[in-house]
Design a protein around this ligand. Sequence first.
Ligand code: MF3
Ligand code: CO
Ligand code: CO
Length: 250
Amino acid sequence: MAIKIKSDREIELLRESCALAAEVLQRAGELVKPGITTDEINTFVHDMTIKAGAIPSPLNYHGFPKSVCTSVNDVVCHGIPGNQVLKEGDIINIDVTCLLNGYHGDTSRTYAVGKVSKEARQLMDVTEKSMEDGIAAVTVGGYFGDIGEAIQELADEFGYGIVREFCGHGIGRGFHEDPMVLHYRSRNRGERIREGMVFTVEPMLNAGKPGIFVEKDGWTVRTKDGSLSAQYEHTVAITRNGPEVLTQID
Ligand code: MF3
Ligand code: CO
Ligand code: CO
């Protein structure tokens, strides 16, 4: 229930799982091109994670059948890899989570398949910027609500719909821990951000309206209006030196 405060040692372990997740995501992203299937991305993520001595957190998580989420075009999140062949103009979010030494690291990006429309490129760029703005709003002693405030400020400028049903989350020994990190403006500012907290910021923006539905497979989330959706995700730790993005590749 309560937000778990992590020790320096625990943050060090989270640094490692997050670094692995970031590396796996980057390598998976390099595979994205017309003609590849989402199952091939899944196989790559699974094998690289296992070879590194880690476990892909999504596999069997509440029954999720694969090792990574692959969400194409109007799929908002939790897309299940399968025989879908990526084609020029698609956009695909790859969401990688690794369990290493007992701690999870969680990160995702949206990739263009070949050349994409101006509309798709703008949605991707603004969604990434909204994540960055959300992270930039993180301050020790500030409020979790500052994150959603910053994200909504930017999303509103472009008329993009912010998905409300899925949030960022605390992360550590648990894949999804408290608190829920809202990506939209709320009257309730939420809890204060303190040293030792580790959480994700992972806004999902729709080119159209914010509404979503879940397919009959129980996982695949799509926009109600069929519009494109993009998502970016980082794991952030509040260290003794302030906020640190653990899933950043430099
Ligand atoms: N990685 C997702 C997140 O950012 C959660 C995926 S749960 C799964 O929180 F079961 F679909 F893998
Ligand atoms: Co997450
Ligand atoms: Co994720």
